[in-house]
Write a protein that binds this ligand. Structure first.
Ligand code: NDP
Ligand code: OXD
Length: 309
């Protein structure tokens, strides 16, 4: 019987995840990565797997992320040279677009200002502009970023995009690479980060980038925690260089109770909730690749390890 090992602390409950995998793959034995049988596992299903995982999982032929991101796998220098797969799902992109659309409206229509004013019992209308007067930039125009850029475009916003390649998207002005970065940033009122975590994107949301935005710009961060320098964010908010931030992902999750971002008046903290795929949908994608692995069919959603995403 082929063995599948579940490694790490999942966003969902590990137990229900393993149970659903067992149900979907009745011919497989599903074990925890610390189980002795995991040494025979051909597949590892991972999320933030603990150090030392790969020393035990010596027979692995495919490593599968339970999420869209694979940084937790590629970060580990002991990861064996096997295909790394991720999940890609239109509904995940739709969920993310809903989240970002809400955040964009929140800033565009001044709900953040109204909420702050309410605490002081101040009756004052924020600016009332049409979406077309607001410029929103999306960093990362991949499977999710491209979908949320077109959703914002269809809602009437003036949308700009930034990716490595600068691949064009209808109705969105897309800039590419380092050469296009300055032009991309300079006109934005709202910046959305939808980048994968790689060596190049670690710390990208920091002092230097904030200084290139229009004063008072807002940030919506739903990529990965280590992309954001949290100290630089607080400094930029306190100086007024940034007018507010919605932050969904953090260096440490769950965000520790003592963290200053919890109480910052210009920050809305959300608990890595921007887009969460239901377990059965994730399980289906993993199962499909397990079946392909056994029948030597090409795997789906394989990431390019050299690119880091
Ligand atoms: P993709 O791999 O499909 O797209 C990545 C995009 O980022 C591409 O457009 C790529 O450019 C661009 N990119 C990568 N590196 C750079 C760089 N150095 N400079 C400029 N652009 C770059 O990823 P997804 O859209 O599927 O997901 C993105 C990330 O979103 C995930 O890795 C994950 O971290 C995060 N995520 C967060 C969730 C949440 O709930 N908060 C939920 C799901 C995902 P190019 O097009 O040229 O290749
Ligand atoms: C993901 C995530 O990568 O939830 O899927 O962050």
């Amino acid at each position: 019987m082929p063995v599948l090992a579940v490694a790490g602390a999942f966003l969902h409950s590990n137990t229900s995840f393993a149970q659903q995998l067992e149900k979907r793959l009745p011919d497989w034995s599903v074990v925890n990565s610390t189980d002795p049988a995991a040494s025979r596992a051909e597949v590892a299903v991972c999320w933030n797997q603990p150090p030392g995982t790969w020393e035990h999982l010596r027979a692995v032929r495919m490593a599968h992320s339970i999420g869209a991101g694979v940084d937790h796998l590629l970060d580990d220098p002991t990861l064996p040279d096997v295909p790394v797969c991720r999940v890609i799902d239109d509904n995940l992109a739709r969920r993310m677009a809903e989240y970002v659309l809400w955040c964009t409206l929140y800033y565009h229509r001044g709900f953040d200002i109204a909420a702050r004013n309410q605490r002081e019992k101040i009756w004052r209308r924020p600016a009332n502009r049409l979406a077309g007067e607001v410029t929103v930039g999306v960093m990362g125009m991949g499977q999710i970023g491209a979908h949320l850029a077109t959703t914002l475009r269809d809602a009437g916003y003036d949308v700009r995009g930034w990716s490595r390649s600068g691949k064009p998207i209808d109705g969105v002005r897309v800039h590419g690479g380092d050469a296009g970065f300055g032009a991309f940033l300079s006109e934005l009122e709202i910046l959305v980060c939808m980048l994968p975590l790689t060596n190049e994107t670690t710390g990208i949301l920091g002092r230097k980038l904030f200084a290139r935005l229009k004063p008072g710009a807002r940030l919506i961060q739903c990529g990965r925690g280590p992309q954001l320098d949290e100290k630089d964010l607080v400094a930029a908010l306190d100086s007024g260089q940034l007018g507010g931030a919605v932050v969904d992902v953090f260096n440490q999750e769950p965000l520790p109770a003592a963290h200053e971002l919890w109480a910052h008046p210009k920050v809305l903290v959300t608990p890595h909730m921007a887009a969460v795929m239901p377990i059965p949908d994730v399980v289906n994608q993993i199962a499909e690749n397990c079946e392909r692995l056994l029948s030597n069919a090409p795997l789906l959603r394989v990431v390019e390890r050299s690119a880091g995403y």
